[in-house]
Design a protein around this ligand. Structure first.
Ligand SMILES: NC(=O)c1ccc[n+]([C@@H]2O[C@H](COP(=O)([O-])OP(=O)(O)OC[C@H]3O[C@@H](n4cnc5c(N)ncnc54)[C@H](O)[C@@H]3O)[C@@H](O)[C@H]2O)c1
Length: 244
């Protein structure tokens, strides 16, 4: 399955090990990233949302994943178990890919101010922003030789894009940990570990095409997608290797 998206094959990531989060199915951006890392020789552990194993396991096994763990980022015990499993299998890691986010459906359509609820806002911030801080801390402890932390953001963190709403605020919060994360000035004791919020263009996902009275995908102002068109997943190719 690693050649699903015809990623360039090589040895740029040979000997590197890391954790991939956020694969739900073969259309996930995380799967594009994992495909490229596998094609360049990386060894990977996969964390998937509990309940997603039926779809994720065949993909992960197809790229020789050493660890496949159900990890809910809102559950500390689940995070402890996932990172412990990677620690046992790999000892140390070189990269961590944070490719996950969530906001309740009613928080990503219509009027931001009218529809934002305390619980919806809290959920979006917890899963989409705080989880990166938590993952960065745990992953950096497994990077004694330095490493790379990647998370995915979107133009909706900087501009008001219709329907992006609460997710845009969560993405804006996600930008903030970057300069404060391991490896940046002010965090010198973590030198050698780098955090990269990668701004993606628009990738059409099934959730954007779901049932409902109107479109719930973000509209207009696409950074790379070109006039609202979705990018092909194969275009993630260079990111993980460049930042890895
Ligand atoms: N699709 C786009 O156009 C686009 C553009 C820019 C950035 N992004 C970002 O890229 C990342 C991946 O999104 P995607 O488009 O591939 O969608 P996706 O639905 O495939 O990925 C989201 C992932 O988050 C996981 N997840 C949700 N709640 C979780 C939890 N509590 N614990 C663990 N995992 C959880 C889901 O299982 C899923 O695998 C997200 O951060 C998204 O905001 C997407």
């Amino acid at each position: 399955m690693a050649d699903d998206y015809n990623m360039p094959v090589g040895e740029l990531m040979k000997g590197k090990r890391g954790i991939i989060t956020g694969v739900a199915n073969h259309q996930s951006i995380a799967w594009g990233i994992a495909s490229q890392l596998a094609a360049q020789g990386a060894e990977m552990a996969f964390f998937h949302l509990p309940g997603m194993e039926r779809r994720v396991r065949p993909l992960a096994e197809g790229v020789g994943a050493r660890v496949i763990e159900a990890v809910d980022v809102t559950d500390d015990a689940s995070m402890d178990a996932g990172f412990a499993a990677v620690g046992s299998a790999f000892g140390k890691i070189d990269f961590f890919v944070h490719a996950l986010a969530f906001a309740p459906r009613d928080q990503i359509k219509g009027s931001f101010v009218e529809n934002a609820t305390r619980e919806g806002f809290r959920t979006a911030m917890d899963i989409s922003a705080y989880s990166f801080v938590d993952c960065a801390r745990r992953a950096s402890h497994m990077m004694p030789d330095g490493g790379s932390l990647i998370t995915l953001t979107y133009l909706g963190s900087e501009r008001a894009i219709p329907n992006y709403n609460t997710m845009g605020v969560a993405k804006a919060a996600l930008h903030c940990p970057g300069p404060r994360a391991p490896g940046h000035p002010g965090q010198r004791h973590f030198r050698g570990r780098h955090a990269h919020p990668v701004p993606c263009g628009y990738f059409r996902r099934p959730v954007h095409a779901g049932p409902g009275p109107g479109p719930v995908r973000p509209q207009g102002g696409y950074q790379h997608g070109g006039r609202g068109r979705s990018r092909p997943l194969a275009t993630v190719g260079p990111w993980p290797v460049h930042h890895g």
